[in-house]
Design a protein around this ligand. Structure first.
Ligand code: ACM
Ligand code: ZN
Length: 543
């Protein structure tokens, strides 16, 4: 009896293993929506390439893949009797793709750029990691399993944020960041370009913003809360992007299916601008580009019409430069103390008839007034706005999308009101937080604790959400604030491997998420990190 039981349980284990292997052994992150694996393999080395008359960007992506395959495998195209076929299929969704691999043919179908680049990404992840660099590989097998993949993302907005104000990352570093996003099928870079500690975007009408506003005289040493003083070293000379560089980065990202949404954080987090134009503050200054972290009381004086003119001039250039549907206007952490005593701000409050009520102060309505004006202005440029969840205070601008960072509550409130929302709660998705409890052995970070597993566990829908409300959750993003990230190597360390976990919560339907399977697949992803020379945190890896 005992023996029968043992045999039965062994059979059950084997059955569940083989089922598990079929679903998970594929090793692609993020896990594709549907994978069927068949017997047999396709030899990619030496395969010929055949493509419909696809757009130039897709053909370039295919050709980069082909060149890397030839270089890494050492086999010229068309020498093995097998072939890749790329076909346009307009019946597929905008980001959907299919791959059908049989012994002699691998057929890829998509309706547009994103579908094709995601298909190529999936194929690359099935091959030896040298496919990413084109360096000759010792791998003897360039085989794809015979399979069918049908894949498309759960969310249309799959973002990653980058703060380049607190510490600057140059154009090449930003491109590398985009490469990492592309490997994971993200499609939005939220570029936080301005803040108290440095203005990083060339504005032709106001060159002072980058000549002066990019530079802080000094930076606080260590953690802000430890009050260890300042380093007495200027930071930021030349640390900004010219508009030509921005165009190049936008094109670079677009070729990988990534849109860049610029953020001009207003009306708070504006000390860098105030240092250039003190007349735009409530007190008239003088102001310094900030050398410490936190929330400054000095914000733009929004009672003055000249402030609106400044903002509109800046946003006009931003709108012309960035092709994105959205401009992020910030709106977070804007103290109201200056406005409370400023004659200009109080006159504006009186003029517009704002009053304190049981929910908000008159000054919150004053912030809503600025947000509203910027929304109206940007709509004349064909743009919609995104704001941090503080834009819900007072009265939300009619068409604004809410980026919910102080938890998910702001996003829930927004979707209940019929607004769109993007979930970025600091509890799960702030990658500037520690990723290990052993803080002594980690680089200094702002605080908190967001390990890979916590990122992976995030679910933006709540049980009581209606389908209508769910349809307003555009997607998920993680944020990377850089107060405590002075180098590019540390940026990679904070990003990886948490970005891999992020990609699955953005891409996979909940039933396709499985942390154990994800961890197993991370061993293949790790080879990609290694060959690309990325500096990643090792906590989730066995050694
Ligand atoms: C934020 O973290 N201040 C949006
Ligand atoms: Zn004022």
């Amino acid at each position: 009896m005992k023996q029968i039981f043992t045999i039965l349980s062994l059979a059950l284990v084997l059955m569940s293993c083989s089922k598990e292997v079929t679903r998970t052994d594929i090793g692609i992150i993020p896990q594709p929506a549907s994978v069927e694996i068949y017997e047999g393999t396709f030899n990619a080395a030496g395969a010929a390439f055949e493509a419909d008359a696809l757009c130039e960007t897709v053909l370039n992506a295919i050709s980069t893949f082909e060149n890397n395959l030839v270089a890494a495998s050492g086999a010229a195209s068309g020498t093995s009797g097998s072939k890749f076929v790329f076909k346009a299929d307009q019946s597929l969704g905008e980001e959907e793709y299919t791959i059908e691999v049989s012994a002699k043919k691998a057929v890829v179908k998509a309706s547009g750029l994103n579908g094709f680049v995601y298909a190529l990404e999936s194929i690359k992840q099935l091959l030896p990691a040298e496919i990413y660099t084109g360096t000759p590989s010792a791998a003897t097998c360039w085989c794809l399993p015979c399979l069918k993949i049908q894949d498309e993302p759960r969310f249309g907005y799959r973002g990653m944020h980058l703060d380049v104000s607190r510490h600057f990352f140059d154009a090449n570093e930003v491109k590398k960041y985009i490469d990492i996003m592309a490997i994971h099928k993200l499609n939005v870079l939220h570029w936080h370009l301005t803040d108290d500690q440095g203005w990083r975007l060339e504005i032709k009408k106001y060159p002072q913003l980058t000549e002066h506003g990019a530079i802080r005289k000094q930076t606080i040493i260590g953690h802000g809360r430890d009050r260890k003083g300042y380093d007495n070293t200027p930071y930021g000379e030349g640390f900004y992007y010219t508009q030509d560089q921005v165009k190049e980065i936008i094109d670079y990202a677009a070729a990988k299916g990534i849109e860049i949404i610029p953020e001009i954080d207003l009306p708070g987090h504006m000390l860098a601008a105030l240092a250039c134009f003190p007349e735009l503050g409530c007190t008239g200054g003088p102001y310094d580009v900030w050398g410490r972290w936190g929330i400054a009381d000095d914000v733009l004086c929004v009672g003055k019409e000249e402030t609106m003119k400044f903002l509109e001039d800046v946003l006009a250039e931003v709108a012309d430069l960035f092709p994105s549907e959205y401009v992020h206007i910030g709106g977070d952490e804007c103290p109201k103390v200056r406005w409370e005593t400023c004659p200009h701000c109080q006159a504006k409050i009186a003029e517009l008839g704002f009053k304190d009520d049981d929910k908000h102060k008159a000054e919150h309505y004053l912030q809503s007034y600025v947000t509203n004006r910027m929304e109206q202005f940007l709509s004349t440029k064909g743009k919609k706005i995104i704001g941090w969840d503080e834009i819900l205070e007072g009265e939300i601008a009619p068409n604004a999308t809410v980026m919910s960072w102080r938890g998910v509550e702001g996003g829930l409130e927004a979707v209940r009101m019929g607004h769109d929302a993007i979930m970025v709660p600091y509890t799960h998705l702030y990658l500037d937080y520690y990723q290990s409890k052993d803080k002594e052995n980690e680089p200094l970070a702002i605080g908190g604790y967001v390990p890979v597993e916590l990122v992976y566990s995030f679910e933006p829908f709540t049980e009581d959400m209606t389908d209508e409300e769910k349809s307003h959750i555009l997607g998920i993003q993680a944020n990377l604030w850089t107060e405590y990230i002075p180098t590019d190597a540390q940026l990679e360390y904070m990003l990886l491997p948490r970005l891999s976990a992020l990609s699955e919560i953005q891409w996979c339907e909940p039933e396709n998420k499985d942390y154990e399977r994800f961890l197993g697949n991370m061993e293949s992803m790790r080879k990609i990190y290694d060959i690309l020379g990325y500096n990643y945190a090792k906590h989730i890896f066995s050694k």
